[in-house]
Design a protein around this ligand. Structure first.
Ligand code: BTN
Length: 260
């Protein structure tokens, strides 16, 4: 698999790729590598994960057939300048999928890629700071070659894969190479291309204009998603007419993932 991935990358590809058949979590591995001084552009790929992690402390089911990739970046800036990183990674992941399949997923704010109203991929961005040094880990888990029946029954209504969405078997190695290339391109334009990236995020974001519910701590509020702010926050108009920039917590979109 590693040879197949590398053979799809240009010879001058600047990143170091580490490949594992099984890992607990590529993000956990990349964080450990960051702490031990691994360089900018260290990429960790696994064919499956035994303890994949998602946002909000959730686990991320990671069987074979998916792509589990974490990239370690050392962007030489303070953490407050990286608030758009998850949005940038989402746009890059959409570019990779479109390159391989011709199909462009939608983005459910902030970190899900969706096809046909079902989750195709999730992104978990984590920062590792040591003194004035900040390393960023971008972790992407994407369902690739699984058939619809392979998902556990409780996920079948909510999850899809590239093969299920396109009706054609998709090769995880091709997708992995495209993801690596798209993320390296994202890295090159991380600051110079921030505005253009945000425009592309907005135009692909299926959350905008939809009714949403916001779950923060133990309160649930309802509103309409209006915009994505420059730092990647979601601007929501609440039922009482007030507007709020949402950065955290669960945002459900009415009509998706079983929210009716
Ligand atoms: C989410 O949907 O909440 C985010 C899921 C992110 C999963 C990816 S898989 C590769 C990397 N390793 C992890 O443990 N998590 C991320």
């Amino acid at each position: 698999m590693k040879a197949k991935i590398l053979s799809r990358l240009p010879p001058e590809f600047p990143w170091q790729v580490q490949y594992f058949e099984t890992l607990d979590s590529t993000n956990t591995c990349a964080k450990a590598l960051a702490r031990s001084g691994a360089p900018h552009g260290t990429a960790v790929l696994a064919a499956c994960q035994t303890a994949g992690r998602g946002r909000l402390g959730r686990s991320f089911v990671s069987p074979r057939g998916g792509i589990y990739l974490s990239v370690l970046l050392r962007p030489c800036c303070t953490p407050d300048r990286l608030s758009h990183l998850t949005c940038a990674a989402a746009v890059a992941a959409c570019d990779a999928v479109e390159k391989v399949t011709g199909l462009r997923p939608g983005i459910k704010w902030t970190n899900d890629l969706v096809c046909g109203g079902k989750k195709l991929a999730g992104i978990l961005t984590e920062l590792v700071t040591a003194g004035s040094d900040t390393a960023a880990i971008i972790g992407i888990g994407m369902n690739c070659s699984q058939s619809a029946e392979e998902f556990p029954p409780e996920l079948q209504a909510m999850a899809t894969s590239l093969s299920a969405a396109t009706g054609q078997r998709q090769d995880p190695a091709f997708l992995a190479a495209a993801l690596l290339e798209a993320l390296a391109e994202m890295d090159r334009a991380l600051f110079s291309g921030q505005q253009e990236m945000l425009e592309r995020y907005r135009s692909g974001c299926i959350t905008l204009g939809r009714e949403v519910s916001l779950v923060q701590a133990d309160t649930v509020r309802h509103g309409t998603a209006l915009d994505i702010l420059p730092d990647g926050a979601l601007l929501v108009q609440l039922e009482d007419g007030s507007r709020e920039a949402v950065n955290s917590g669960e945002v459900s979109v009415r009509g998706m993932y079983g929210y009716v």
